[in-house]
Design a protein around this ligand. Structure first.
Ligand SMILES: *Cc1c(COP(=O)(O)O)cnc(C)c1O
Length: 358
């Protein structure tokens, strides 16, 4: 039986994508072998990579003058690759701290540059985003980095910062969940395992004028200019993951593109927050304007019930609802691939659990 999997990442994938992959697993494209066993330089595989690139461009409306790269090393690898590619020793960069992933980006960037934390939401225990007008930029900063959605805290920016420096965004848990204006950004990056497919691929969308000045010690496989020139195949790409990412992009297109995803995601999130807000039993700690469409943390009034909530939900086919180990409580991750029926089932379960324990 397939469950509703609320994991934060790796996360649920569209069933159609899994079934399509299954149907082709041992004999892909009538080649008599799986996609995993085919050369990444074969014309069949190159057409998968090309299709994935053009679907990224089409779905996100990526303008000319930007490269789409498929790299390895995760979003965490980009915490290093970004300063390696975009800064020189002695530079300063601006980074907003809205929680766990921002902190990791800051710690890694500090190995290369001096980091000015332009806003830190510590005072609210990372349940807010800074006021747009309060973002004090550092003159001459090489870039301005923020985390569009803090996957652990469930805190999401409800605006795109308007800054002078190149705008860099960790979009790991929110990419493809709604339309965005790519032209506002210098660089967008995302690990694939939340909204784009399986783990193993990191998407980087970079404005070409920001590439070509990597520090000499930058690994070639993370040098944006070199990877762009090699169509992300300076080394062997994770071919199975790229194939699954391409199937996922086709699924997004078939389901209304980013407008379709946005409508569906907003409706799912609104229903779940409403259920939480309408009960005295559950609560969500995030400021209303910063509530994530993708990751919904919630608490029960009596924390001793958390374990039972998570285990009886799992018995009911609603899995991976524990909050991150660093924050506790519960968290429902409801990315693109989570069907609305999954959220409905969770809300029904929450009501039953409340009736039993309130
Ligand atoms: C998951 C996640 C990461 C880390 O991704 P890896 O691919 O595991 O390195 C970074 N930032 C955000 C916002 C995430 O959600």
């Amino acid at each position: 039986m397939r469950v509703y999997n609320f994991a934060a990442g790796p996360a649920t994938m569209p069933l159609e994508v899994l079934e399509e992959a299954q149907s082709q697993l041992s004999d892909w494209d009538s080649l008599g072998m799986s996609v995993m066993e085919v050369s990444h330089r074969s014309k069949e595989f190159v057409s998968v990579a090309d299709e994935a690139t053009s679907l990224m461009r089409e779905l996100m409306g990526i303008p000319e003058g930007y490269s789409v790269l498929f790299l390895q090393g995760g979003a965490s690898g980009q915490f290093s690759a970004i300063p390696q590619n975009l800064t020189a020793p002695g530079d300063t960069v601006d980074i907003v701290n809205t929680g766990s992933w921002s902190k990791k980006a800051i710690a890694e960037a500090k190995k290369y540059v001096s980091v000015n934390v332009v806003a830190d939401e510590k005072a609210s225990n990372y349940s807010t985003v800074p006021d747009a007008a309060s973002l004090a930029q550092t003159p001459g900063a090489a870039y301005f980095h923020y985390t569009a959605n803090e996957t652990i805290g469930g805190v999401e920016f409800d605006y795109v910062p308007d800054v002078d420096a190149a705008l860099i965004c960790d979009m790991s848990s929110t990419i493809m969940s709604r339309p965005i204006d790519v032209s506002k950004f210098g660089l967008i990056y995302a690990g694939a395992q939340k909204n784009l497919g399986p783990a193993g691929i990191t998407v980087v969308i970079v404005r070409d004028d920001l590439t070509g000045n990597a520090r000499p010690e930058t690994p070639s496989v993370w040098d944006y200019a070199q990877m762009a020139a090699a169509d992300s195949m300076l080394n062997t790409p994770p071919t199975l993951a790229l194939y699954l990412l391409n199937l996922t992009l086709k699924w997004v297109k078939k389901n209304g593109g980013l407008e379709g995803m946005a409508a569906r995601n907003q409706a799912k999130a609104a229903k779940l927050y409403e259920a939480i807000d309408n009960s005295d039993f559950y609560s969500n700690p995030v400021a209303p304007n910063a509530r994530s469409w993708m990751n919904v943390p919630f608490l029960v009034a009596d924390p001793s019930l958390e374990k039972e909530f998570v285990s009886s939900a799992a018995d009911a086919g609603l899995t991976n609802l524990s909050g991150h180990r660093s924050v506790g409580g519960m968290r429902a991750s409801i990315y693109n691939a989570m069907p609305p029926e999954g959220v409905d089932a969770l809300i029904d379960f929450m009501k039953e659990f409340e009736q039993k324990h309130a």
